[in-house]
Design a protein around this ligand. Structure first.
Ligand SMILES: [Zn+2]
Length: 296
């Protein structure tokens, strides 16, 4: 195949969803951030800090507008703009940038974030009032405890408003002090109506996080990096879980982690197709589930 993001990849991605009879893709795990923050994230990945010293080259380093144009060329009808703070005092500023991005990018889900800090409940409610439709909580990067009392009003307002939150709570690629199924399970026990989307299919704790989707009607999992050669090398998906993956067809949402991936976008789609779970499963995962959840 030609260069990543080139005409050949675009044609192959479009052929993928056309063959499924879909009107396009919905990708709920993509990142758009203020340029200086994105540059820091890329530096962090490429220097190997995200992966215990191993470099993680970024495939799509184009400026933001070109990355938006590329997703549109791929036929991604709706995508997200996930961003997240690594320290206190940063989330509100990120949220104001994200509101501006959403205003000029109508096919991007208005995304927002928070940190375990005083005022989080207030600014999360304000972001929802301003139109935020999806939040991101990154427990590994943020290193905060989701059970922190400061976050009680956050989970409460998200559950009450029915606004989904993508939670990076699996212990991959590197564990944090509060990653793993334990802490977020306690949050869900207290807020069983919270719409939580477990990022990266919960890798590497796939079984435990599938269990949460089986237990709670509003728990979903996104596929970002899951089943790719990269994640299969790092944290292989156990074959024994495949029947449960098939049964969870209505809870799995396409996510790609674009642009912070070390392989072409097309590979994420091929990685889903080679699971061989059938076209109905692929249609649900690549488009229909998210279209229903977000009213596309
Ligand atoms: Zn991500």
């Amino acid at each position: 195949m030609g260069e990543a993001g080139g005409a050949e990849e675009v044609a192959a991605v479009v052929a993928f969803w056309r063959e499924l009879g879909l009107p396009g893709l919905v990708d709920i795990h993509t990142h758009f951030m203020p340029p200086n923050v994105m540059a820091k994230v890329w530096e962090f990945f490429e220097e190997g800090h995200a992966l215990g010293g191993q470099a993680w080259p970024i495939t799509y380093r184009q400026p933001g507008e070109e990355r938006v144009a590329l997703l549109r060329a791929f036929g991604v009808r709706m995508f997200s703009a996930l961003l997240y703070p690594h320290k206190p005092g940063m989330a509100e500023w990120l949220n104001s940038w994200a509101a501006g991005f959403a205003a000029r990018t109508p096919d991007a889900l208005h995304s927002a974030t928070f940190f375990a800090e005083p005022g989080a409940g207030r600014y999360v409610a304000e972001a929802i009032g301003a139109g935020a439709r999806l939040f991101k909580a990154h427990l590994q990067v943020g290193r905060y405890d989701p059970r922190d009392a400061l976050l009680e009003p956050v989970w409460g307002v998200l559950a009450e408003a029915g606004v989904p939150v993508v939670v990076h709570c699996g212990s991959g690629p590197m564990p944090g002090p509060y990653t793993g199924p334990g802490p977020i399970s306690e949050v869900l026990a207290r807020h069983p109506r919270l719409t939580a989307i477990i990022a990266h299919l919960g890798a590497p704790e796939y079984g435990e996080f599938l269990g949460l989707a089986e237990r709670y009607r509003s728990v979903y999992l996104d596929t970002a990096a899951a089943f790719t050669d990269f994640l299969e090398w790092l944290a292989p998906f156990p074959a024994a879980l495949r029947p449960r993956l098939a049964a969870a067809a209505d809870r799995i949402l396409l996510g790609s982690d674009f642009p912070n991936i070390s392989y072409p976008y097309l590979h994420q789609l091929q990685a889903l197709a080679r699971l061989d779970l059938g076209t109905a499963w692929l249609r649900a995962v690549c488009h229909d589930n998210a279209a229903l959840l977000f009213g596309l």
